[in-house]
Design a protein around this ligand. Sequence first.
Ligand SMILES: Cc1cc2nc3c(=O)[nH]c(=O)nc-3n(C[C@H](O)[C@H](O)[C@H](O)COP(=O)(O)OP(=O)(O)OC[C@H]3O[C@@H](n4cnc5c(N)ncnc54)[C@H](O)[C@@H]3O)c2cc1C
Ligand SMILES: *[C@@H]1O[C@H](CO)[C@@H](O)[C@H](O)[C@H]1NC(C)=O
Ligand SMILES: *[C@@H]1O[C@H](CO)[C@@H](O)[C@H](O)[C@H]1NC(C)=O
Ligand SMILES: *[C@@H]1O[C@H](CO)[C@@H](O)[C@H](O)[C@H]1NC(C)=O
Ligand SMILES: *[C@@H]1O[C@H](CO)[C@@H](O)[C@H](O)[C@H]1NC(C)=O
Ligand SMILES: *[C@@H]1O[C@H](CO)[C@@H](O)[C@H](O)[C@H]1NC(C)=O
Ligand SMILES: *[C@@H]1O[C@H](CO)[C@@H](O)[C@H](O)[C@H]1NC(C)=O
Length: 529
Amino acid sequence: MKAAWWLALFASGVLSKPSRPRCRCLHGDSCWPTEYDFAQLQSTISQPLIHPVPPESACYPEANPSGNCTDVQTNTFTGNWRSDQPGSMQAPNLESFIFPNGTIEVCYLNKALGVPCGQGSVPPIGVDARSVEDIQAGVKFAVDHNLRLVIHNTGSTFVPESAPENETYHVLTLEAGVQWHEAYDAAQANGRVIVGGITPGGSVGTTGGWMQGGGHGILSPQHGLGVDNVVQLTIVTASGEHLTANSYLNTDLFWAVRGGGGGTYGVVTSVTYRTHEISPLTATAVFGNITPADRKDIITEYLKLWPALSDAGWGAYLTLGMPGAASNFTLVMVAPNVSSADVNATLTPFLDVVRTAQEDMVIQILPFDGFSSFYQTFFANLDPQEGINEELISRLVPREALEDNEHLIDVMMSMDPVLFYTVAGGKVAQIDPDSAGVNPAWRKASAFFISAALWPEGVTVDEYRAIQQKLKDNLAILDSLAPGGGTYFNEASMYEPNPQHTFFGDHYERLRAIKDTYDPRGLFIVAGE
Ligand SMILES: Cc1cc2nc3c(=O)[nH]c(=O)nc-3n(C[C@H](O)[C@H](O)[C@H](O)COP(=O)(O)OP(=O)(O)OC[C@H]3O[C@@H](n4cnc5c(N)ncnc54)[C@H](O)[C@@H]3O)c2cc1C
Ligand SMILES: *[C@@H]1O[C@H](CO)[C@@H](O)[C@H](O)[C@H]1NC(C)=O
Ligand SMILES: *[C@@H]1O[C@H](CO)[C@@H](O)[C@H](O)[C@H]1NC(C)=O
Ligand SMILES: *[C@@H]1O[C@H](CO)[C@@H](O)[C@H](O)[C@H]1NC(C)=O
Ligand SMILES: *[C@@H]1O[C@H](CO)[C@@H](O)[C@H](O)[C@H]1NC(C)=O
Ligand SMILES: *[C@@H]1O[C@H](CO)[C@@H](O)[C@H](O)[C@H]1NC(C)=O
Ligand SMILES: *[C@@H]1O[C@H](CO)[C@@H](O)[C@H](O)[C@H]1NC(C)=O
């Protein structure tokens, strides 16, 4: 499937503004490329160079005279709109920058706060890449001029290269820039199903951070993580070469890119995923408002059902106490290849407790002929509610914590929100932990537990520090679920005390060595490295 578009951005210095040695040339430094240099780059690429700005700058005519403020005000909370703006992140706090002296450089939508609009962390210039050649030109330019480079994603049967001819798979090859909603439609049109992110509106990219960070989906307990389904990928490395990686070619890179992190080994230009036979499923949805006392009874009964459900390949998203949500209890479960009658029977002890607690809870058990109609019903038409300042903390919850679950229940009672995603276990647990670079903690996990802080624009740096302290305290509580355990770093705190171990486990050393082989000068960087 062809990419819609794809971007490489030359970052401003913000990622390095804390007083580290500045080994890269930053915007504003005398070494920054001249207009002539950029004109040379322009002559080698297919699209005009772009100059990303924070989207909110449209409301500050002095900063962005051609901007359309109404458009930003209308769409600021719409995830798919945000992912189409080169200068936008899903959570706007990631567009801002806090200097060591406590000054926040930011561009607020609410002009009445009286804060001048600043560029923050948004890169000042970028390549709107539509082809492998555009990507190679961008990478070469960053190397030649010693720039910081960040990558921003947007929007048959098959034999892997060099593999024996009898090794065939049903696959779908997706080029960088393709989003999950497009991939689901393409798989369905071919009579197959593909494991992807279950994002409202499908805004997350299929080949970028999701796959390379070890992305999960509600079908993962049935078919594995994204990385487990990759058969081959192509990548432009820091040397400018366009390499193919699979189980036979560039095998170390193939291992590392599958979980070692987006934006770390090169620019992935395509990913070939294995697809699966479509099988029927039954979805269960439960939502409404419950009191804290009910919460304890309900989650106690719910957790009893797992781990057996995990072994049977069920997946679920449970959300408790999400600020701003219509219900403070929301559950969506998927039972692959199980009839509604059997689902009803399996869930009866749990649903009885739910009904007893709150008679007006909504409970639905719905059969679907396959993943696609389920996704269309629950997620396709919801555009993600983004554009809110947000930081996450998280842990993978090992199977033992579900079996002997008293402490887990206490932790689930102690914080809001709780996002308890049973997207591991089943197939994810059966795969050799060393078969891909992804955090081996996934293989022991049954669930993925997230909490978060959300806050309005305009908080002072002291208020922000208090929010961070609360997150840090709650992170220590989450860590007690599996001391020394791990997490999924795409949905995690940026302030983990031991990120190497928590994000990569005992794969860290090998991942680091492969990075040093393919990117010896450290061209590809991401925040937090
Ligand atoms: C609304 C929403 C829903 C989500 N739902 C899920 C979910 O269901 N399951 C799940 O596992 N995660 C989920 N996530 C987390 C998501 O997987 C991560 O945010 C992921 O990093 C997004 O990747 P991207 O490529 O779309 O985004 P980007 O922000 O463009 O990229 C993320 C990282 O990957 C790098 N990157 C992007 N493209 C490439 C490329 N072609 N080559 C190399 N590096 C690249 C970037 O440099 C960056 O470091 C969700 C996030 C959001 C905002
Ligand atoms: C500005 O955006 C609004 C909302 O998206 C749209 O209706 C309007 O046509 C846009 N105006 C211009 C001048 O593009
Ligand atoms: C803080 O540092 C930034 C960047 O050096 C500077 O622009 C700003 O004026 C400083 N603010 C204060 C209050 O000193
Ligand atoms: C392919 O053929 C080889 C040699 O005949 C055999 O060893 C291997 O198991 C086969 N692979 C598959 C996937 O069938
Ligand atoms: C959920 O909502 C109910 C009713 O509005 C309220 O009584 C309860 O405290 C809320 N519970 C939690 C855990 O937020
Ligand atoms: C679903 O069940 C049918 C009949 O038992 C079986 O043939 C098929 O392989 C199952 N599919 C999956 C994905 O488990
Ligand atoms: C589950 O089964 C019970 C008993 O057969 C029935 O009364 C109930 O309506 C079923 N629930 C759903 C949601 O289908």
